[in-house]
Design a protein around this ligand. Structure first.
Ligand code: SAM
Length: 275
């Protein structure tokens, strides 16, 4: 059965919510994307073929779900709101390519099984945490397209030396080619949030890293004003030797290092651990 809501009109959404005794909850970061062009462009950016398996995080009332199903995808949705879950089951429960995993996606993803693509107008409450844990725990996707707060998008795609460059930027670049998409003003959402959002596409760029890689990146950014030589002391008693091996000047700071340099450092530390 096709959904009986006009997803583009706040008045229609509000009437539907009222009729079903539902309300929007701030604690779940609920802001519906009411801009149909933006929804279409985000799904286009996912570049899926019929039968592809897509994880949709936070489907809400199913505005993107309906379009994904229409394009032939198998859609695994992750939703926490009990009222929205009832509506989603009602709208899509009989569809053979639809499934729903109720609960907190930060926990439920672990047992969710297969899926090569991820789409989500992500709740701001979990966006960076969810992306971070999926990458760190090596649950990678061929492609992800997400909408996040603009500041988060800027951190995801920041380059070495810029003010937004952080361990999260290195984490994203370690697994994906990160492409910022359109900026979405508050008026694209209902209710209108106080901040701008931005779409981001992440294309898998898989390579292998020593086990200590994520720990090294996090540690080096924890005291970001300290030089590498000082920060590396918690891993080795010969930080200057390690830096020399990697041709990295010892007075540099984490915020200036490119991904390749973080990898070289982690590999050098890993080698020393087994010498
Ligand atoms: N996809 C819809 C849209 O674009 O209009 C709704 C997006 S809204 C920003 C975020 C959605 O994520 C809401 O449906 C909210 O209930 C859900 N959500 C929030 N926290 C969640 C969590 N921890 N796990 C799963 N879903 C969550």
């Amino acid at each position: 059965m096709p959904p009986l809501i006009n997803y583009d009109a706040p008045a229609s959404l509000k009437a539907f919510l009222d009729e079903h005794g539902l309300s929007m909850k701030k604690r779940f970061g609920q802001n519906f994307l009411i801009n149909p062009t933006a929804r279409r462009r985000l799904i286009d950016a996912l570049s899926i073929e019929p039968e592809d398996e897509v994880w949709e995080i936070g489907p809400g009332l199913g505005a993107m779900t309906a379009e994904l199903l229409e394009r032939g995808a198998s859609v695994k949705t992750f939703e926490i709101d009990a009222g929205f879950i009832r509506v989603l089951q009602d709208f899509f429960g009989g569809h053979p390519r639809f499934s729903l995993i109720p609960g907190d996606a930060l926990k439920t993803w672990r047992t969710a099984g297969t899926g090569a693509y991820l789409l989500g107008n992500l709740p701001y409450t979990i966006a960076a945490r969810l992306l971070g844990v999926l990458i760190e725990e090596n649950r990678l996707f061929t492609r992800m397209v997400v909408t996040v707060q603009r500041e988060v998008a800027q951190r995801m795609s920041a380059l070495p030396g810029s003010k937004d460059y952080s361990s999260f930027s290195v984490l994203c670049a370690s697994a994906y080619r990160v492409t910022p998409l359109m900026v979405l003003k508050g008026s694209s959402f209902y209710p209108v949030p106080h901040v701008d959002s931005q779409g981001v596409r992440l294309d898998l760029n898989k390579r292998s890293y020593p086990a200590c890689f994520h720990k090294v990146v996090r540690r080096l950014f924890t005291s970001r004003r300290k030089t590498l030589k000082n920060n590396l002391r918690c891993f080795t008693d010969a930080p200057e030797d390690v830096l020399r091996q990697c041709s990295i000047a010892s007075d540099r700071r984490a915020e200036t290092l490119a991904l390749e340099e973080f990898i070289a450092l982690a590999e050098a530390l890993d080698r020393r651990a087994f010498q």
